[in-house]
Design a binder for this molecule. Structure first.
Ligand code: ISL
Length: 561
């Protein structure tokens, strides 16, 4: 008989170690801090923990710039503490997957240092080195090999005077891109992955994995309106050899292993058609990918920094498209936030008057879809955007780069602050709020980034014991998934696609059928006539209310059969 993969009813929790729990008092979260709070996660009911990078790193991008892939960064802990964490996770019946950042390394990685040392060294082609554009002298302004901009602002090329060439970095200059055309690069990555799996981890979250294959000629891209640099995406998003590289990786790393692993790819810019290719089990690539369409719904024409409030109807359209596209082949991952995105309740809900209701409604929408849900730390207690009052509270290199660019464009500091408050990645990175003590119980020292001032009201201790507990609601959603094939595997059918406020759908597997009704607004909404009012399985209001009306941000799950 058909055996669905184990992760079809699993729930994953992302730990951003730096901001989770600090036991050493240096203001940076650490591995013993995770160990200390593992019961919080196992009580929540999650099956898998995904750790953002904890490898040795100069931390320009909080660990997404790795200088040694086989060492734990001292700020986070020791090798022994990592092995203890892994054992403690396993002892509680959970799994641990690690970030795999191999589109690029740190510029302090030994391979890059060697690569940069001369034009003729063996590692030179491990990265992308190019001379200046024709007609330019090396290092001359405008002489970059092509016109791509980096994702964090500025050119995607940095000039290296020592060898009079430029190296490519899709992200910051501290994150040079690895050249996957080199078999040596691929071999070394695969060896490193095997080394981690042999150490006992249960899989990987692969950072920017659909960027690893570039069009070899690295051609110029058309320049967008007003921009100085062009978007190189057409030459590196799902590039020519990406499927070949990933299949080769899976053969080299997983072919002879039979344990239960999980491999999820981060694939910004992926289309539904590409996602099917990446996740069709018969192709031997990834188990699931993170798509980004719903993360763009509040981007204006100028992109992420050009914030435009989202229309909830667009969210329905996107969800429906992805649910349908991966229903026969492939598998969805489901997320509303992570360390790169503002807080879900602040972005898609109402983080003020209806914080509990909208946080639990969003959780309902997410966890009742077909796919594997990912919870970002703090979401399970309804943590909100950072609420910073001053620009100097921002830490992320992307926020700081934006600050520089926006200042040069003459945008006022007030506007810049307002934009950062809305869209900056720092919003997700403020420390986990454990209790109402100093620094929310995150550290006894000075936190590397300020704690959200609302920690006195919003914290784990308060939430878990509150009458309206986001945490307990998540527990129930996770329980429901674990026990219901309609939730984990059922068909998805959107109801009332035209209604902008009502997000309603049915899930069906065999003779089990559930209906999910969500009022994505702060006003009461009539319940559609056709909806039979069967047994309520779970809802985010404690009393049944008027069966004909959904209250503000009300979510209900009914069992139809
Ligand atoms: O967060 C973004 C910009 O606002 C995304 O474009 C993000 O950079 C992209 O999804 C890739 O993210 C991953 O790789 C980056 C790292 O900074 C992110 O934290 C990571 O999730 C470079 O390693």
């Amino acid at each position: 008989p058909y055996q669905p993969a184990w992760w079809t009813n699993a729930v994953v929790y992302q730990v951003y170690t730096r901001s989770f729990a600090d036991t050493s008092g240096d203001g940076v979260g650490d591995l013993p801090g995770i160990i200390e709070h593992l019961d919080h996660l196992s009580e929540l009911g999650v099956d898998v923990i995904w750790l953002s990078p904890i490898h040795q790193s100069p931390q320009y991008d909080n660990g997404y710039d790795i200088s040694n892939y086989r060492r734990i960064d001292e700020r986070y802990g020791t090798e022994e503490e990592f092995d203890r964490l892994l054992a403690e996770v396993h002892r509680r019946g959970m799994k641990l997957i690690m970030d795999l950042v191999v589109n690029h390394t740190s510029d302090e990685h030994s391979a890059f240092v060697v690569s940069a040392s001369s034009r003729s060294n063996v590692s030179r082609d491990s990265y992308f080195w190019r001379g200046p554009r024709r007609g330019f002298a090396p290092g001359e302004p405008g002489g970059e090999p092509n016109n791509w901009g980096s994702i964090f602002g500025g050119s995607a090329w940095t000039y290296h005077p020592g060898t009079e060439q430029y190296y490519l970095h899709l992200f910051s200059p501290h994150q040079p891109d690895l050249n996957w055309e080199s078999t040596r690069v691929r071999q070394r990555v695969f060896e490193m992955m095997n080394w981690w799996l042999d150490r006992g981890i249960d899989g990987f979250r692969m950072d920017a994995i659909n960027f690893i294959s570039k069009r070899p000629s690295l051609p110029d891209s058309p320049v967008g309106a007003g921009g100085m640099f062009a978007n190189g995406a057409p030459s590196f998003v799902s590039g020519p050899r990406v499927h070949e590289f990933i299949q080769e990786m899976m053969r080299a790393v997983f072919a002879y292993r039979d344990a239960d692993y999980l491999v999820v790819g981060e694939t910004e810019g992926v289309t539904v058609d590409e996602a099917v290719l990446f996740t069709d089990p018969l192709r031997g690539e990834l188990d699931m990918v993170f798509q980004f369409e719903h993360m763009r719904l509040d981007h204006g024409p100028g992109g992420k920094w050009d914030y435009l409030p989202m229309d909830p109807a667009d969210l329905k359209t996107v969800v429906n498209r992805w649910q349908r596209a991966l229903s026969d082949r492939g598998w969805n991952s489901l997320y509303l936030g992570n360390h790169d995105q503002p807080r879900a309740v602040s972005r898609f809900g109402d983080d003020d008057k209806y914080r509990y209701e909208s946080a639990t409604l969003l959780a309902t929408l997410q966890h009742m879809q077909r796919g594997t849900p990912f919870i970002y730390q703090g979401e399970e207690i309804g943590m909100t955007n950072a609420g910073f009052a001053s620009l100097d509270q921002y830490r992320d290199l992307e926020s700081l780069a934006y600050y520089g660019i926006a200042t040069r464009r003459g945008i006022s500091p007030e506007r810049i602050l307002a934009t950062l408050n809305q869209v900056s990645r720092d919003n997700a990175r403020t420390p986990m709020q454990w209790d109402d003590g100093p620094n929310g119980g995150f550290t006894t020292g000075t936190p590397w980034i300020d704690v959200n001032p609302n920690y006195r009201d919003i914290n784990v201790q308060a939430d878990r014991t509150a009458e309206k507990s986001v945490f307990r609601y998540y527990q129930q959603l996770i329980n429901l998934r674990h026990g219901s094939k309609a939730v984990s595997l059922g068909d998805f059918e959107l109801m009332d696609p035209g209604d902008p406020k009502l997000f309603a759908f049915r899930r069906r597997f065999g003779d089990e059928e559930l209906a999910v009704l969500c009022n994505v607004s702060g006003e009461p909404l009539p319940v559609p006539q056709y909806e039979p009012r069967h047994r309520l399985v779970l809802g985010n209001y404690s009393d049944p209310g008027d069966p004909e009306m959904l209250r503000p941000w009300e979510a209900r799950i009914h069992r139809l059969s």
